[in-house]
Ligand binder design. Structure first.
Ligand code: NAD
Ligand code: MG
Length: 343
C-alpha cells in the first residue's frame, strides 16, 4: 500500500525560507503560483519574453520575471511548461542559473524518467503532481480544500527533498486531501499507460469502433451517437462516484448481464496482450523517443492523425446533436479555461 501524508505530517519550515519560481502560467502554472502565494510562500512566476500571460499574472498580484531571472532568483524551480518544451528551456535558462542546494521540481516525470533533463548531482530533483487539472487545483484551494497530490524524490543531495516536496504539496492545498508518495518512474509510466490505453486512446477508439459498427449496420447515426458516446458520461460518473460495482448496481439487470458476459469478449486476451506490448514500449523508452522525435520534426504525423480524427462522422453528427442540448455547453469548462490559457 502507498504512503499517504496529511497536513499533520507536513514540516512547513521546509519551504518557509525558500524562494520558489513557477515557470509557466498555463493550466498548472497559474494554480501553483496563486495557491503557493496565498499559502504565504515566497513565489515568483517565470515567463518567456513577450508572454501574453505576464499581464494576467501581474494583475493577480504575482511577481513576474524572465525564465532566467526567475531561475537565478529562486532556489526551488518548478517547471510547468509543456513536457516537450522543458529540455530546451532547461538548457538555456535554468541550468546556467542552478546553484548547489537548489531544487528542480516537476509535475510529471517524463523529462527525468527519459533522461531528457539531467540536473547536476548537487541539486535536489523532486515531483509534486496534483491529480487534477489546474483549474480544479485552484478552485478546490479557494474553497478550502485541495486536490490529492503525488510526490516523488529522484535525487536528494540535501536530504530534505521529501520534506520540501510535501511542504510544496501542502502549499497547493494537496495535504488537505492527501499526498501519496511515488517515484518518477512509477508516476510517468502509469500516467502514459493510462492515457494511452484507457483515458484517451482506449476510450476514443472503443467509442468510434462501436459507433462505426452500428452505423455500418444501417442504424441512424444520431441514435448511435447517443448510445456509444453521449451516455459514456452517465456510466463514467457512476464509476467515479461508486466504483464499478456501484455502477452495476445502478444500471438495469439487462445492462449488467450484457456487461458481465460481453465485456470480456470485447476486451479479450488479445487486447490484454496488446496492452502489455504498449506498456513495454513505454518502459523501454520507445514511446518517448518516438514522441520527442515527432515533436522536434514539426509534428507532421501528429497533425495528420488529428485532422483525420476531425473528419470522422461521429464528430459531424455529434456537433449537431450537442447544439440540441445547450445545457452541455453551458456547464462546460472551456478548453481555454481548462488549460489556463496560453502565452
Ligand atoms: P500548459 O500547456 O497549460 O501550460 C504551459 C505553459 O508554458 C503556458 O503558459 C505556455 O505559454 C508556456 N510555454 C509553452 N511553451 C513554452 C516555451 N517554449 N518556453 C516558455 N514557456 C512556454 O501546460 P500544463 O498542462 O500546465 O502542464 C505543465 C506540466 O504539468 C507538464 O509537465 C504536465 O505534464 C504537468 N501536469 C499537467 C496536468 C494537467 O491536468 N494539465 C496535471 C498534472 C501535471
Ligand atoms: Mg495524466
Amino acid at each position: 500500500m502507498a504512503n499517504i501524508f496529511y497536513e499533520n505530517d507536513v514540516n512547513r519550515a521546509a519551504i518557509a525560507d525558500r524562494k520558489v519560481a513557477v515557470l509557466g502560467y498555463g493550466s498548472q502554472g497559474h494554480a501553483h503560483a496563486l495557491n503557493l502565494k496565498e499559502s504565504g510562500i515566497d513565489v515568483c512566476v517565470g515567463l518567456r519574453d513577450g508572454s501574453s500571460s505576464a499581464a494576467k499574472a501581474s494583475e493577480a498580484g504575482l511577481t513576474v520575471r524572465s525564465l532566467a531571472d526567475a531561475s537565478a532568483w529562486a532556489d526551488v524551480i518548478m517547471i510547468l511548461l509543456p513536457d516537450t518544451e522543458q529540455a530546451a528551456v532547461y538548457e538555456e535558462h535554468i541550468a546556467p542559473n542552478l546553484n548547489a542546494g537548489d531544487a528542480v521540481a516537476f509535475a510529471h516525470g517524463f523529462n527525468i524518467r527519459f533522461d531528457l533533463i539531467n540536473p547536476p548531482d548537487d541539486v535536489d530533483v523532486i515531483m509534486v503532481a496534483p491529480k487534477g487539472p489546474g483549474h480544479l487545483v485552484r478552485r478546490t484551494y479557494v474553497e478550502g480544500g485541495g486536490v490529492p497530490c503525488l510526490i516523488a524524490v529522484e535525487q536528494d543531495p540535501s536530504g530534505g527533498g521529501r520534506d520540501l516536496a510535501l511542504a510544496y504539496a501542502d502549499g497547493l492545498g494537496g495535504a488537505r486531501a492527501g499526498v501519496i508518495e511515488t517515484t518518477f518512474t512509477e508516476e510517468c509510466e502509469t500516467d502514459l499507460f493510462g492515457e494511452q490505453v484507457v483515458l484517451c486512446g482506449g476510450l476514443t477508439e472503443l467509442v468510434r469502433s462501436a459507433f462505426d459498427t452500428l452505423v455500418d449496420a444501417g442504424y441512424q447515426p444520431e441514435i448511435c451517437y447517443f448510445e456509444c458516446l453521449h451516455e459514456v458520461k452517465l456510466i463514467v460518473d457512476l464509476m467515479y462516484e461508486q466504483g464499478i460495482a456501484g455502477m452495476r448496481y445502478s444500471v438495469s439487470d439487462t445492462a449488467e448481464y450484457g456487461d458481465l458476459t460481453r465485456g470480456p469478449r470485447v476486451i479479450d486476451d488479445h487486447v490484454r496482450e496488446t496492452m502489455k506490448a504498449i506498456l513495454g514500449e513505454i518502459q523501454s523508452g520507445q514511446f518517448a523517443e518516438e514522441w520527442v522525435a515527432e515533436s522536434r520534426s514539426g509534428r507532421e504525423n501528429f497533425k495528420r492523425l488529428e485532422d483525420a480524427g476531425h473528419e470522422h462522422r461521429v464528430e459531424k453528427v455529434g456537433s449537431r446533436l450537442r447544439e440540441m442540448m445547450p445545457w452541455i455547453s453551458a456547464g462546460r469548462v472551456s478548453v481555454q479555461e481548462a488549460s489556463g490559457g496560453q502565452g
